[in-house]
Design a binder for this molecule. Structure first.
Ligand code: SF4
Length: 361
Protein backbone atom coordinates (compact mmCIF):
# COMPACT_ATOMS: atom_id res chain seq x y z
CA UNK A 1 0.00 0.00 0.00
CA UNK A 2 1.30 3.46 -0.84
CA UNK A 3 2.10 5.65 2.13
CA UNK A 4 1.53 9.40 2.50
CA UNK A 5 3.42 10.72 5.53
CA UNK A 6 2.53 14.03 7.16
CA UNK A 7 4.92 15.40 9.78
CA UNK A 8 3.13 17.30 12.50
CA UNK A 9 6.42 18.54 13.96
CA UNK A 10 5.90 18.56 17.74
CA UNK A 11 2.21 19.48 17.43
CA UNK A 12 0.35 18.55 20.61
CA UNK A 13 3.47 17.50 22.53
CA UNK A 14 2.86 17.89 26.28
CA UNK A 15 6.50 18.91 26.81
CA UNK A 16 9.63 19.53 24.80
CA UNK A 17 11.99 16.58 25.06
CA UNK A 18 15.59 17.71 25.55
CA UNK A 19 16.85 16.15 22.30
CA UNK A 20 13.96 17.00 20.03
CA UNK A 21 13.62 19.39 17.18
CA UNK A 22 11.24 17.74 14.77
CA UNK A 23 11.32 20.77 12.50
CA UNK A 24 15.01 20.13 11.94
CA UNK A 25 14.55 16.37 11.61
CA UNK A 26 11.81 16.65 9.01
CA UNK A 27 12.83 20.00 7.52
CA UNK A 28 9.22 21.06 7.21
CA UNK A 29 6.54 23.16 8.89
CA UNK A 30 3.58 21.05 10.01
CA UNK A 31 0.76 20.91 7.44
CA UNK A 32 -2.69 22.18 8.39
CA UNK A 33 -5.71 19.84 8.10
CA UNK A 34 -6.55 21.68 4.89
CA UNK A 35 -3.05 21.00 3.48
CA UNK A 36 -3.49 17.35 4.38
CA UNK A 37 -6.89 17.16 2.69
CA UNK A 38 -5.53 18.84 -0.46
CA UNK A 39 -2.52 16.52 -0.65
CA UNK A 40 -4.69 13.45 -0.22
CA UNK A 41 -7.14 14.76 -2.80
CA UNK A 42 -4.36 15.48 -5.32
CA UNK A 43 -2.73 12.10 -4.78
CA UNK A 44 -6.13 10.38 -5.18
CA UNK A 45 -7.00 12.01 -8.49
CA UNK A 46 -5.15 9.52 -10.61
CA UNK A 47 -3.92 10.11 -14.13
CA UNK A 48 -5.52 12.69 -16.37
CA UNK A 49 -7.10 11.29 -19.56
CA UNK A 50 -5.83 14.36 -21.46
CA UNK A 51 -9.37 15.62 -22.03
CA UNK A 52 -9.71 17.35 -18.70
CA UNK A 53 -11.07 14.12 -17.22
CA UNK A 54 -9.32 12.54 -14.31
CA UNK A 55 -9.99 9.03 -13.13
CA UNK A 56 -10.02 8.73 -9.35
CA UNK A 57 -7.34 6.36 -8.17
CA UNK A 58 -8.98 3.29 -6.65
CA UNK A 59 -5.73 2.45 -4.89
CA UNK A 60 -5.88 3.02 -1.13
CA UNK A 61 -3.16 4.80 0.89
CA UNK A 62 -1.76 4.52 4.32
CA UNK A 63 -2.06 8.07 5.65
CA UNK A 64 0.51 8.66 8.39
CA UNK A 65 0.72 11.41 10.98
CA UNK A 66 4.22 11.36 12.42
CA UNK A 67 6.53 13.73 14.30
CA UNK A 68 4.01 15.00 16.84
CA UNK A 69 1.67 13.73 19.52
CA UNK A 70 -1.49 12.99 17.58
CA UNK A 71 -3.83 12.10 20.44
CA UNK A 72 -2.62 15.11 22.47
CA UNK A 73 -3.94 17.56 19.87
CA UNK A 74 -6.90 19.71 20.92
CA UNK A 75 -9.97 17.64 20.03
CA UNK A 76 -11.38 20.05 17.35
CA UNK A 77 -8.01 20.08 15.54
CA UNK A 78 -7.67 16.31 15.84
CA UNK A 79 -11.13 15.93 14.31
CA UNK A 80 -10.13 18.17 11.40
CA UNK A 81 -7.12 15.95 10.66
CA UNK A 82 -9.34 12.88 10.93
CA UNK A 83 -11.82 14.48 8.55
CA UNK A 84 -9.03 15.13 6.03
CA UNK A 85 -8.21 11.41 6.16
CA UNK A 86 -11.73 10.76 4.87
CA UNK A 87 -10.65 12.20 1.51
CA UNK A 88 -8.47 9.13 0.98
CA UNK A 89 -9.71 6.37 -1.34
CA UNK A 90 -11.79 3.55 0.17
CA UNK A 91 -9.68 0.94 1.93
CA UNK A 92 -7.10 3.51 3.08
CA UNK A 93 -5.58 3.14 6.53
CA UNK A 94 -4.49 5.58 9.21
CA UNK A 95 -1.22 5.44 11.15
CA UNK A 96 -0.13 7.94 13.78
CA UNK A 97 2.50 8.45 16.43
CA UNK A 98 1.65 9.82 19.83
CA UNK A 99 2.77 10.47 23.38
CA UNK A 100 1.96 7.85 26.04
CA UNK A 101 0.42 10.49 28.30
CA UNK A 102 -2.48 11.21 25.97
CA UNK A 103 -4.36 7.94 26.01
CA UNK A 104 -6.48 8.42 29.13
CA UNK A 105 -9.56 9.86 27.46
CA UNK A 106 -11.90 6.93 26.80
CA UNK A 107 -14.14 8.98 24.49
CA UNK A 108 -11.14 9.89 22.34
CA UNK A 109 -10.14 6.24 21.96
CA UNK A 110 -13.76 5.38 21.19
CA UNK A 111 -13.75 7.94 18.40
CA UNK A 112 -10.40 6.73 17.00
CA UNK A 113 -11.61 3.16 17.09
CA UNK A 114 -14.11 4.00 14.33
CA UNK A 115 -11.20 4.65 11.91
CA UNK A 116 -9.28 1.94 10.09
CA UNK A 117 -6.06 2.23 12.10
CA UNK A 118 -3.07 0.32 10.76
CA UNK A 119 -0.87 1.28 13.73
CA UNK A 120 -0.68 3.61 16.68
CA UNK A 121 3.00 4.21 17.36
CA UNK A 122 3.81 5.09 20.91
CA UNK A 123 6.79 7.40 21.28
CA UNK A 124 8.12 5.92 24.49
CA UNK A 125 11.87 6.68 24.17
CA UNK A 126 12.53 4.68 27.34
CA UNK A 127 10.72 3.09 30.27
CA UNK A 128 13.39 4.01 32.81
CA UNK A 129 12.25 6.73 35.24
CA UNK A 130 15.73 8.24 35.60
CA UNK A 131 16.19 8.48 31.83
CA UNK A 132 12.71 9.85 31.26
CA UNK A 133 13.16 12.58 33.87
CA UNK A 134 16.57 13.57 32.50
CA UNK A 135 15.09 13.75 28.99
CA UNK A 136 12.06 15.85 30.06
CA UNK A 137 9.75 13.22 28.68
CA UNK A 138 6.98 13.90 31.16
CA UNK A 139 5.78 10.31 31.57
CA UNK A 140 6.96 7.12 33.25
CA UNK A 141 7.40 3.51 32.18
CA UNK A 142 4.05 2.43 33.62
CA UNK A 143 2.31 4.99 31.41
CA UNK A 144 3.89 3.35 28.36
CA UNK A 145 2.75 -0.13 29.40
CA UNK A 146 -0.78 0.98 30.26
CA UNK A 147 -0.96 3.02 27.03
CA UNK A 148 -0.18 -0.09 25.00
CA UNK A 149 -2.87 -2.01 26.85
CA UNK A 150 -5.46 0.74 26.32
CA UNK A 151 -4.82 0.84 22.57
CA UNK A 152 -4.85 -2.93 22.29
CA UNK A 153 -8.15 -3.06 24.22
CA UNK A 154 -9.58 -0.98 21.34
CA UNK A 155 -8.16 -3.41 18.79
CA UNK A 156 -5.62 -0.90 17.50
CA UNK A 157 -2.30 -2.42 16.42
CA UNK A 158 0.46 -0.78 18.49
CA UNK A 159 4.14 -0.12 17.83
CA UNK A 160 6.70 1.37 20.21
CA UNK A 161 9.51 3.82 19.46
CA UNK A 162 12.54 3.51 21.73
CA UNK A 163 15.85 5.37 21.86
CA UNK A 164 19.49 4.69 22.54
CA UNK A 165 22.03 7.05 24.09
CA UNK A 166 19.59 9.23 26.04
CA UNK A 167 20.80 11.22 29.07
CA UNK A 168 21.33 8.87 32.04
CA UNK A 169 20.70 5.85 29.81
CA UNK A 170 23.16 3.01 29.53
CA UNK A 171 22.96 -0.31 27.74
CA UNK A 172 21.48 -2.18 30.69
CA UNK A 173 18.70 0.41 30.94
CA UNK A 174 17.92 0.05 27.21
CA UNK A 175 17.87 -3.75 27.53
CA UNK A 176 15.64 -3.53 30.60
CA UNK A 177 13.14 -1.53 28.48
CA UNK A 178 12.82 -4.58 26.22
CA UNK A 179 12.37 -6.94 29.16
CA UNK A 180 9.63 -4.77 30.63
CA UNK A 181 7.80 -4.63 27.29
CA UNK A 182 8.16 -8.39 26.94
CA UNK A 183 6.06 -8.87 30.07
CA UNK A 184 3.04 -7.77 28.01
CA UNK A 185 1.34 -10.57 26.06
CA UNK A 186 2.54 -11.42 22.56
CA UNK A 187 5.78 -9.58 21.74
CA UNK A 188 5.35 -10.64 18.11
CA UNK A 189 2.48 -8.17 17.85
CA UNK A 190 4.52 -5.26 19.20
CA UNK A 191 6.81 -3.90 16.47
CA UNK A 192 9.64 -1.64 17.60
CA UNK A 193 11.65 1.21 16.15
CA UNK A 194 14.96 2.26 17.65
CA UNK A 195 16.32 5.77 17.19
CA UNK A 196 19.73 7.10 18.24
CA UNK A 197 19.82 10.15 20.48
CA UNK A 198 21.55 12.91 18.50
CA UNK A 199 22.60 16.36 19.64
CA UNK A 200 20.66 18.73 17.41
CA UNK A 201 21.28 22.46 17.13
CA UNK A 202 19.08 24.62 19.31
CA UNK A 203 18.01 21.89 21.72
CA UNK A 204 18.46 21.65 25.47
CA UNK A 205 20.74 18.71 24.80
CA UNK A 206 23.04 20.92 22.74
CA UNK A 207 23.39 23.29 25.70
CA UNK A 208 24.19 20.37 28.00
CA UNK A 209 26.66 18.99 25.48
CA UNK A 210 28.57 22.29 25.25
CA UNK A 211 28.55 22.58 29.05
CA UNK A 212 30.04 19.07 29.32
CA UNK A 213 26.88 17.74 31.00
CA UNK A 214 25.97 15.26 28.28
CA UNK A 215 28.23 12.87 26.42
CA UNK A 216 26.64 11.39 23.28
CA UNK A 217 27.38 7.88 22.05
CA UNK A 218 29.88 7.54 19.24
CA UNK A 219 28.73 5.83 16.04
CA UNK A 220 30.74 2.79 17.06
CA UNK A 221 29.24 2.59 20.57
CA UNK A 222 25.74 3.07 19.17
CA UNK A 223 26.35 0.29 16.65
CA UNK A 224 27.58 -2.13 19.33
CA UNK A 225 24.96 -1.24 21.94
CA UNK A 226 22.34 -1.35 19.21
CA UNK A 227 23.61 -4.79 18.21
CA UNK A 228 23.12 -6.09 21.75
CA UNK A 229 19.69 -4.45 21.87
CA UNK A 230 18.75 -6.00 18.52
CA UNK A 231 19.84 -9.47 19.64
CA UNK A 232 17.69 -9.27 22.75
CA UNK A 233 14.73 -7.90 20.76
CA UNK A 234 15.09 -10.86 18.42
CA UNK A 235 15.28 -13.31 21.31
CA UNK A 236 12.16 -11.79 22.87
CA UNK A 237 10.47 -12.05 19.43
CA UNK A 238 9.80 -8.35 18.86
CA UNK A 239 9.61 -7.39 15.19
CA UNK A 240 12.08 -4.54 14.62
CA UNK A 241 10.76 -2.23 11.90
CA UNK A 242 13.53 0.32 11.83
CA UNK A 243 16.82 1.25 13.44
CA UNK A 244 18.11 4.77 12.83
CA UNK A 245 16.56 7.99 11.63
CA UNK A 246 15.39 8.78 8.13
CA UNK A 247 18.17 10.71 6.42
CA UNK A 248 17.21 14.26 5.40
CA UNK A 249 19.35 17.24 4.39
CA UNK A 250 17.81 19.24 7.18
CA UNK A 251 18.71 16.59 9.77
CA UNK A 252 22.25 16.27 8.46
CA UNK A 253 22.75 20.03 8.69
CA UNK A 254 21.50 20.26 12.24
CA UNK A 255 23.44 17.43 13.87
CA UNK A 256 25.98 18.89 16.28
CA UNK A 257 27.22 15.60 17.75
CA UNK A 258 26.20 12.02 18.38
CA UNK A 259 25.91 8.74 16.49
CA UNK A 260 24.77 10.14 13.16
CA UNK A 261 25.26 7.66 10.33
CA UNK A 262 22.99 7.19 7.32
CA UNK A 263 23.32 3.41 7.59
CA UNK A 264 23.20 3.02 11.36
CA UNK A 265 20.62 0.23 10.99
CA UNK A 266 23.05 -1.79 8.86
CA UNK A 267 25.87 -1.24 11.34
CA UNK A 268 23.64 -2.37 14.20
CA UNK A 269 22.57 -5.50 12.34
CA UNK A 270 26.21 -6.18 11.43
CA UNK A 271 27.16 -5.85 15.10
CA UNK A 272 24.34 -8.17 16.14
CA UNK A 273 25.52 -10.80 13.70
CA UNK A 274 29.15 -10.49 14.81
CA UNK A 275 28.16 -10.68 18.49
CA UNK A 276 25.96 -13.70 17.83
CA UNK A 277 28.68 -15.54 15.90
CA UNK A 278 31.25 -14.85 18.61
CA UNK A 279 28.84 -15.98 21.31
CA UNK A 280 27.79 -19.24 19.66
CA UNK A 281 31.22 -20.24 18.28
CA UNK A 282 33.95 -18.17 19.96
CA UNK A 283 36.76 -19.54 17.76
CA UNK A 284 34.87 -20.15 14.52
CA UNK A 285 34.48 -21.43 11.89
CA UNK A 286 31.37 -19.43 11.15
CA UNK A 287 28.78 -20.46 8.60
CA UNK A 288 26.73 -17.48 7.47
CA UNK A 289 23.99 -17.26 4.82
CA UNK A 290 25.40 -15.43 1.79
CA UNK A 291 22.39 -13.11 1.95
CA UNK A 292 23.87 -11.69 5.17
CA UNK A 293 27.36 -11.23 3.75
CA UNK A 294 27.08 -7.45 3.45
CA UNK A 295 26.23 -7.17 7.17
CA UNK A 296 29.77 -8.32 7.90
CA UNK A 297 31.66 -6.98 4.92
CA UNK A 298 29.82 -3.70 4.27
CA UNK A 299 30.75 -0.31 5.65
CA UNK A 300 34.47 -0.88 5.70
CA UNK A 301 34.15 -4.48 6.89
CA UNK A 302 32.58 -3.26 10.15
CA UNK A 303 31.17 -6.68 11.16
CA UNK A 304 34.44 -8.47 10.38
CA UNK A 305 36.47 -5.96 12.34
CA UNK A 306 34.10 -6.31 15.29
CA UNK A 307 34.25 -10.10 15.13
CA UNK A 308 38.03 -9.78 15.04
CA UNK A 309 38.02 -7.49 18.06
CA UNK A 310 35.74 -9.77 20.13
CA UNK A 311 37.46 -13.03 19.27
CA UNK A 312 41.02 -11.74 19.18
CA UNK A 313 41.54 -13.25 15.71
CA UNK A 314 43.17 -11.06 13.04
CA UNK A 315 40.66 -9.84 10.39
CA UNK A 316 42.39 -12.00 7.78
CA UNK A 317 41.91 -15.02 10.04
CA UNK A 318 38.23 -14.11 10.56
CA UNK A 319 37.81 -14.02 6.77
CA UNK A 320 39.45 -17.44 6.51
CA UNK A 321 37.03 -18.85 9.09
CA UNK A 322 33.90 -17.47 7.43
CA UNK A 323 31.91 -19.70 5.08
CA UNK A 324 28.96 -18.42 3.11
CA UNK A 325 26.03 -20.70 2.39
CA UNK A 326 23.56 -20.38 -0.43
CA UNK A 327 25.73 -18.07 -2.54
CA UNK A 328 25.75 -18.25 -6.29
CA UNK A 329 28.25 -20.59 -7.87
CA UNK A 330 31.53 -18.91 -8.73
CA UNK A 331 30.62 -15.89 -6.62
CA UNK A 332 33.87 -14.25 -5.69
CA UNK A 333 34.84 -13.18 -2.23
CA UNK A 334 36.75 -10.15 -3.42
CA UNK A 335 33.83 -7.86 -2.63
CA UNK A 336 34.47 -8.42 1.05
CA UNK A 337 38.10 -7.47 0.75
CA UNK A 338 37.34 -4.40 -1.33
CA UNK A 339 35.07 -3.09 1.38
CA UNK A 340 37.70 -3.29 4.10
CA UNK A 341 39.27 0.08 4.84
CA UNK A 342 42.49 0.77 3.05
CA UNK A 343 42.20 -2.25 0.76
CA UNK A 344 41.93 -2.26 -2.99
CA UNK A 345 41.08 -5.85 -3.81
CA UNK A 346 43.35 -7.21 -1.13
CA UNK A 347 42.34 -8.56 2.25
CA UNK A 348 42.67 -6.77 5.57
CA UNK A 349 46.11 -5.34 6.31
CA UNK A 350 46.88 -5.84 2.63
CA UNK A 351 46.78 -9.66 2.84
CA UNK A 352 45.75 -11.34 -0.38
CA UNK A 353 42.25 -12.80 -0.14
CA UNK A 354 41.49 -16.23 -1.49
CA UNK A 355 38.93 -15.81 -4.25
CA UNK A 356 38.22 -19.49 -4.70
CA UNK A 357 34.84 -20.75 -3.72
CA UNK A 358 35.24 -22.85 -0.62
CA UNK A 359 33.27 -25.76 0.73
CA UNK A 360 31.47 -25.47 4.05
CA UNK A 361 33.29 -27.74 6.51
S1 SF4 B 1 7.06 13.98 22.30
FE1 SF4 B 1 8.18 13.38 20.45
S2 SF4 B 1 7.78 14.99 18.94
FE2 SF4 B 1 7.18 15.77 20.96
S3 SF4 B 1 8.96 16.91 21.71
FE3 SF4 B 1 9.13 14.81 22.51
S4 SF4 B 1 10.31 13.66 20.99
FE4 SF4 B 1 9.63 15.58 20.04
Amino acid sequence: MRRIPFFLSMKGCPSRCVYCDQREITGAEPPSPRDVAETIFTRSRGISSGEGQETPSPEPFEVCFFGGSFTCLPRPLLREYLQSFRKAPPGSLLRFSTHPRCLDDASLLEELETYPISAAELGAASLDARVLIASHRNHDGETVLSGIEKLRARNMPVGVQLMLGLPEQDLSSALEDLRRLAVLPDSRQLPLRLYPCLVLAGTELERRFHQGRYEPLSVEDAAIQGGRWFLLAKKLEFPVLRIGLQETVSLRNSVVAGPYHPALGELVRGSALALELAETTPRGPWVVPAAQRSLLTGHGGWGIRLLSRITGAEPVEVLRLLFWTGEEKNQRRSDSSKSMPGNKGNGPHGAKVDNEERKVP
